[in-house]
Design a protein around this ligand. Structure first.
Ligand code: PMP
Length: 443
């Protein structure tokens, strides 16, 4: 009997014992190709010597000192590096230990900013349906995944939701891409007007939606219009790049491809590449300055924030991405993977859509291709695919998310940035085999 409280109480899991490059090995000696980086975490693959050396060096000097008493070289250097990478005035970083904590910090920063600015009536968040921002109560409150929210609804705080940008399902026949982008983005303006601009503090969204949709980029022009609306009504724009940030889409931040700069961006997962748990909220100078010049104290904090070992691992991770030219690799391998997936899976009757950016790719499963009817909500397709893939030595991330409140099934692919072309072939071939095996059960 395992004494670990596993989330899936009745599903025994293999015991992982080692990793090398894009492969993991379990205690039986079986190898798995890491096709999803866990959950878009292991961006540099496993057993990376440079990251291990950086952690070991930090361990030898000072592994931990409370951030209320000391700063550290690794956190200072990492924040400086992130300020160099982040465009505009995004130049102060608040370090935490993961994605949900980064989102909580961003939400509370937005609130304290308006309190400091003498606008305490601004207290409402707007977010999108079909979004995931974490499992802690604040993050779950702004999230739009009904299945995850359902049991906790009575204890969530109020948040308002507008439509996602989901062209595959929502763009009308004859509607141009820009027309669609503007139509859905304008829902934000309608919601702000309905609530009153004086009561809205921030809008939060994922530039590329992850955990509820495989991977789902916005259509062109959507985020430009969102930025405009936020500026018009003095509403902060928080972009959640916990999953899609730190190079995963081919640029350091996914929002760079949208031609906008948010007021706060949250990152985690790939920041420490799995070598250490770390998250961060990277904050616009205006927000930092309002708090620094006001009470001088952000009323929030965690024991492990700015952990020197986590910061050392993250510093080595971002430096490796730059020094090894990995953003170029993400773009090149991403378009190769997309082409190979279309060729191998495109004709299967239950593959509705293959989409994404860089090495962040989502596959949407459907019951009927022409009508795009989703698989029924009771379908266990995600479980069947995961089990077939694991037995074929492939880690991919099948999920049952939601499609505007109803069930939807997706697969996320997010392999390490170091993946080579022949390994893409292995990934696609194993996925193809696994889908053929699993679909026998769910069709
Ligand atoms: N935001 C986004 C966009 C995420 O994808 C996730 C995790 N899937 C989170 C927040 C929460 O991060 P964590 O699981 O590290 O708390």
């Amino acid at each position: 009997m395992s004494h670990v409280f596993h989330r899936h109480c009745h599903t025994p899991l293999p015991t992982v014992v080692s990793g090398q490059g894009i492969y993991l090995t379990d205690s039986q000696g079986k190898q798995y190709l890491d096709g999803c980086g866990g959950a878009a975490v292991s961006n540099l693959g496993h057993n990376h010597l440079r990251i291990k050396a950086a952690i070991s060096q930090q361990l030898d000097s000072i592994p931990y000192a409370h951030s209320g008493f000391f700063t550290s070289n690794s956190s200072e250097q990492l924040a400086k590096r992130l300020a160099e990478f982040a465009p505009g005035a995004l130049n102060h970083t608040y370090f935490v230990s993961g994605g949900s904590e980064a989102v909580e910090a961003a939400l509370k920063l937005a609130r304290q900013y308006f309190v400091e600015k003498g606008k305490p009536t601004k207290s409402q968040f707007i977010a999108r349906r079909q979004s995931y921002h974490g499992n802690t109560l604040g993050a779950l409150s702004v999230g739009g995944n009904e299945w995850r929210r359902e049991p906790f609804r009575p204890i969530l705080s109020a948040a308002h939701h507008i439509a996602p940008c989901y062209a595959y399902r929502d763009q009308q026949p004859g509607e141009s891409e820009l027309g669609y982008s503007l139509r859905v983005a304008n829902e934000l303006e309608q919601k702000i007007l309905e609530l009153g601009a004086d009561s809205v503090m921030a809008f939060i969204a994922e530039p590329v939606v992850g955990a509820t949709a495989g991977a789902l980029p916005a259509t062109a022009g959507y985020f430009k219009r969102i930025r405009e609306i936020c500026d018009t009504y003095d509403v902060l724009l928080i972009l959640d790049e916990v999953m899609c940030g730190i190079g995963r889409t081919g640029t350091f931040f996914a929002f760079e491809q949208e031609g906008i700069v948010p007021d706060i961006v949250t990152v985690a997962k790939g920041l420490g590449a799995g070598y250490q748990p770390i998250g961060a909220a990277i904050v616009h100078n205006n927000i930092y300055q309002a708090i620094a010049d006001g009470s001088g104290f952000f009323q929030h904090g965690h024991t492990f924030m700015g952990h020197p070992m986590a910061c050392a691992a993250a510093l080595a991770t971002v430096d490796t991405i730059v020094d090894d030219g990995l953003l170029g690799n993400v773009k090149r391998r991403g378009s190769q993977l997309m082409a190979k997936l279309n060729e191998s899976l495109g004709e299967l009757p239950y593959i509705g859509d293959i989409r994404g950016k860089g090495l962040f790719i989502g596959i949407e499963l459907v019951a009927d291709k022409p009508s795009k009817a989703p698989l029924p909500s009771h379908s266990q397709a995600h479980k069947a695919i995961k089990s077939a893939a694991m037995s074929n030595g492939l880690m991919c991330y099948p999920m049952s998310g939601t499609i505007d409140g109803k069930a939807g099934h997706h697969i996320l692919l997010a392999p390490p940035f170091i993946i080579e072309e022949h390994q893409l072939d292995e990934l696609v071939s194993k996925l193809h085999t696994s889908l053929l095996q699993a679909s026998v059960g769910w069709m």
